[in-house]
Design a protein around this ligand. Sequence first.
Ligand code: GDP
Ligand code: MG
Length: 695
Amino acid sequence: MSGNPLPIPPEILHRREWHTETMWRDHYESQKILDFYFNSQRDPKPLYEAKLLIIGEGEAGKTSLAKKLKDEAYELELKEKSTEGIDVLPWEVPHLDGTPMRVNIWDFGGQEIYHATHQFFLTKRSLYLLVAEDRKEHTDFYYWLKVAETFGENSPLLIIKNEKRGDPFNIDERALRGEFANLKDSFSTNLSTNRGLDTLRSEIQKYLSSLDHVRENVPSHWADIRAVLENYSQSRNILELRDYFDLCRQNGFSDEKEMLAASQFLHDLGICLHFQKVRFLKKILILKPEWATGTLYKVLDNPDVKADFGRFNDDTLEQLWDEDDESQMRDELLQLMKEFALCYEIPGCKGRYIAPQLLEKERLDYPWDDSENLILSYHYTFKPKAIFPQLIVALHEQIEQNCRVWKHGMVITNGSARAEIIEDDLYRNAEIKIRVSGSNKRQLLTIVGHELDKINRSYDRLTTEVLIPCNCSQCKGSQNPHTYTWANLNRRQANGIATVQCDISYEDVNVRRLIDDIAEPQPRDDLDKMEKVDPRQSGATASPFSPTINIYNRNDNQPMTTNITQNHHGSGDNVAGDKTVNNYQAPQTPEAAQQIIQELLKQLKIDEQTTAAKLQTQVTFKDLEWQQTLWAAFKNAGPELAKSAVGIALASAGLPGAIAAAAFNVVVEGVRGGLENRGALPPGDDENPFGEPSF
Ligand SMILES: Nc1nc2c(ncn2[C@@H]2O[C@H](COP(=O)(O)OP(=O)(O)O)[C@@H](O)[C@H]2O)c(=O)[nH]1
Ligand SMILES: [Mg+2]
């Protein structure tokens, strides 16, 4: 259903969720889709609601513009209070079809501190206005357009040139348009004289009307509950989940699952916040997102906290969160800050916290043994400013002496291994460099790599490359070695090319050695819990810590890369293949394939009572991705390794010896049958590639 042009919002059709300990996950829940569809057919009601986001540097005139759009008679204030976090202003404007449309204007604080929450509030399917003023030269159009593109996806963007001085100013719009398809147009205005304001308003109205979801139908009881929540938000900031359920029941809902689907929908539209997957937060709906962000920024914007470079404690929170709702919700608000990676609690110091973006900028001094280091770096075409603070929060438990951390770097430890992680202060063609010393280096590198991969993947549109330094006689130990991308080394290995020439020394370097130096052989238990990564969402990221599986299309033999990821806490994930074509996933080495077979078979429910027939049924009815991956792994492992992998997996699951012996053919036939039923058997595989089954 998700590929069909149904009048169903993507929030319902295809939902991404933040899993606290893992990552974003995709959901296709057929019952929910069907319920929504039939409900909206029975009783449809278009919501006529749109979100308008105003972004740009501080002082550009964003708040003034928001107020002027609502009311052109609004008098500019000489000293407009600078926006803390986000303000949300409702604006009624007619749709081009004449129906009144409700527009929520999201006015963002421009200071860098506010960038940390962009990921959560810069939404898709919205209209973006990028406001720039003529008095300051510093509007970085590239940065803001990149931000809007990264978070807003295909949402249209208009540049508003606020000519405060009255002089026209020019930007190289042609160049920007060449790079950013989301940039639709630009307009000049002067907010103190209202020059250009009428045109601007009608253009905005036009773009808002053409957002395709604005007239989407939602079941009428969903629209009702939305209105009820809106009403409640006039008088309160928070609603307990059970009260929300009651309100839903009074408005025609009966099923709690549907109530949660509705609150997720409203969350995605930015109407309220409901973090259903976070233990502390799932029990409340935050009716005013701007209230929540405002309270968080009360802490981050506090002069004392800033002067202390981001350090604060429970007393600070008690003082700053002194209003009724704030003091009652202190635990939840703190949890929200942690959830947004805005702060972490210092290990061993209960009640003391650090907000990493406020840390000292200067690099710390510490001893470092630079012999025999493992080194690699992540290269970002565009690096959102929140990435490094997020990494600090993710790794904070391992920070050396709890204090070797600054705004752009940290040293973490694991046993006697130490890792130094430093980012450059760039956002374009930026780098995060990692070097590891001590023993068990690869293990620590893997930990860092996992966390960083996880963060990178939580951004839909990031492209990153892992760079590995050359180890030829000239580069080894050099501060400026030649580097290879991980993807390149992998392609070489997959195509049987054993060496690569160093650009500096022209020596031929062994590819396998370069790879083995960095990538840890996968620990078995880590692959236990498999998680799916949508290859479209994993971007161009190929990382040694999200071991790569190449998906070969049989016809052109072009590898498409996707990731198998694992994380060091003991969950890993497996690959989602491309469902529409006959691809199969080919793990790089027979050993990796063997490993995958064992891990996939662990997902079966096997005990002493399992018969050959039960086993075959299970395999035949497993999901397509599982089958495709297993099939590819079988072929890459080759008959001997594949057989032994099946034997090991089933025997260790407790399957009686007699069945385990025959199990290989049972599994092969089962998965082949499953693929065949779904029309997903790779061409040429109609014959059992391992010979006739002999049960
Ligand atoms: N003279 C003049 N002042 C403006 C104009 N637009 C905004 N301002 C002033 O510039 C300051 C910053 O504007 P504000 O809307 O708060 O910027 P924001 O930080 O982007 O929200 C305020 O004091 C405004 O009154 C304009 O077009 N002309
Ligand atoms: Mg403002």
